[in-house]
Design a protein around this ligand. Structure first.
Ligand code: UDP
Length: 359
């Protein structure tokens, strides 16, 4: 069997690592696995370092399609992959998450009549202003297998009457985390602030692309920083916005701005931080597995299980009450009781590969 995995961005690489390991554990299945990188994330700190640290094989093809608008990125990826798929003729195309490259890849596979498996299917924020939501809906419309991380995703797929089959398999992000954690805990961390610290990331367009929401988010971070040092692992998208506004840069600089961390360093920091302030999708899930309190600076989440688990709290930084509830936690630190979904057990990649092999 020949599987083609198409990946584009940081969170995809982490999910891909779990699939690579699951394939390696099934030599008898004789799976040929071709990895294609679309090039959406090309900064070495967002791309190469993940392949090295997670020992993912170097992609056979890198399309180098990055730095474009969403529509151009989808169109160019689609066109380039039409040629690739027509010549490779894989049995399955695996696409991951909700990135632009995944939409282009799914479109090309669909046009070549190659079945698509969507890893992390069915998630819905019900916010069509989010480009990621449009991407998820488009991919799920074309996928034959919809591998879901949580029950809400299966319900969404069923409600939308998708032609593909939803399968609740769990979370490949959790696979990679759980397999990496013992290694991380056994070594001295390279990112090691002397004081207790809070870890933060911001990169969603709705938070970082406009001055007003970014100002609200940064003001909340600086308030927290007065009590506990906040480290912002700054995504290039955030840095671009800060570079264009002295006022916002000054505000952000009250916290500690650091470069994006490699996966090992970031996971280690997540494991040791007091709590998390983020707008990332994947970090909401990692917080659950690490039993951490996570404040997600968004009005909605496509991952409701993270809230139900007891870890995640949604915060709209423009709302006073929301900011006050964060500050109340900062001063009280009431411990949260967090329950990890039972499918997030580190075996999701194996379930996906077993499922495909049994077909
Ligand atoms: N991450 C990382 N270094 C960082 C920030 C995040 O390795 O400096 C990892 C993090 O552990 C998570 C993934 O990147 O697994 C999340 O990616 P991101 O927030 O960019 O994307 P999203 O999940 O929001 O799509």
């Amino acid at each position: 069997m020949h599987i083609c995995s198409v990946v584009s961005a940081r969170p995809n690489f982490i999910k891909l690592a779990a699939i690579c390991r699951a394939i390696d554990r099934r030599p008898e299945a004789a799976i040929r696995h071709t990895i294609i990188h679309t090039g959406q994330h090309y900064d070495p700190l967002l791309s190469d370092i993940f392949f090295t640290q997670l020992t993912i094989p170097t992609p056979t093809i890198n399309l180098e399609i990055g730095g474009l608008s969403r529509v151009d990125m989808i169109a160019k990826t689609h066109d380039a992959l039409l040629t690739v798929f027509s010549s490779l003729k894989p049995d399955w195309v695996f696409v991951y998450g909700d990135v632009n490259g995944a939409v282009g890849a799914a479109g090309a596979a669909h046009e070549c009549s190659i079945p698509i498996a969507h890893i992390e299917a069915g998630l819905r924020s019900f916010d069509q202003e989010m480009p990621e939501e449009l991407n998820r809906i488009a991919i799920d419309g074309m996928a034959r297998l919809l591998f879901c991380t949580e029950r809400s995703a299966v319900e969404n797929v069923i409600r939308e009457q998708r032609s593909g089959t939803p399968v609740l398999v769990g979370n490949t992000m959790a696979d990679t985390l759980l397999s990496t954690l013992p290694f991380i805990r056994s070594r001295t961390p390279s990112f090691s602030p002397h004081q207790p610290f809070v870890l933060s990331t911001l990169h969603r367009p709705s938070n970082v692309d406009h001055e007003e929401p970014l100002g609200h988010a940064l003001r909340l971070l600086t308030r927290v920083n007065e009590h506990c040092r906040v480290y912002i692992a700054a995504h290039p998208r955030l840095m671009r916005s800060l570079a264009s506004s002295n006022a916002l840069m000054a505000l952000a600089s009250e916290c500690q701005i650091i470069e994006p961390l490699g996966y090992l360093e970031f996971l280690s920091a997540l494991d040791r931080c007091e709590f998390i302030l983020t707008d990332s999708g994947g970090i909401q899930e990692e917080a659950v597995v690490l039993h951490k309190r996570c404040f997600t600076l968004r009005r909605n989440t496509e991952r409701p299980v993270t809230v139900e688990s007891g870890s995640n709290v949604l915060v709209d930084p423009s709302r006073r009450e929301d900011c006050e509830s964060v500050m109340q936690y900062v001063t009280s630190r009431t411990p949260a009781h967090i329950e990890v979904p039972k499918e997030w057990d580190g075996k999701t990649g194996d379930r996906i590969i077993d499922y495909i092999c049994r077909l």
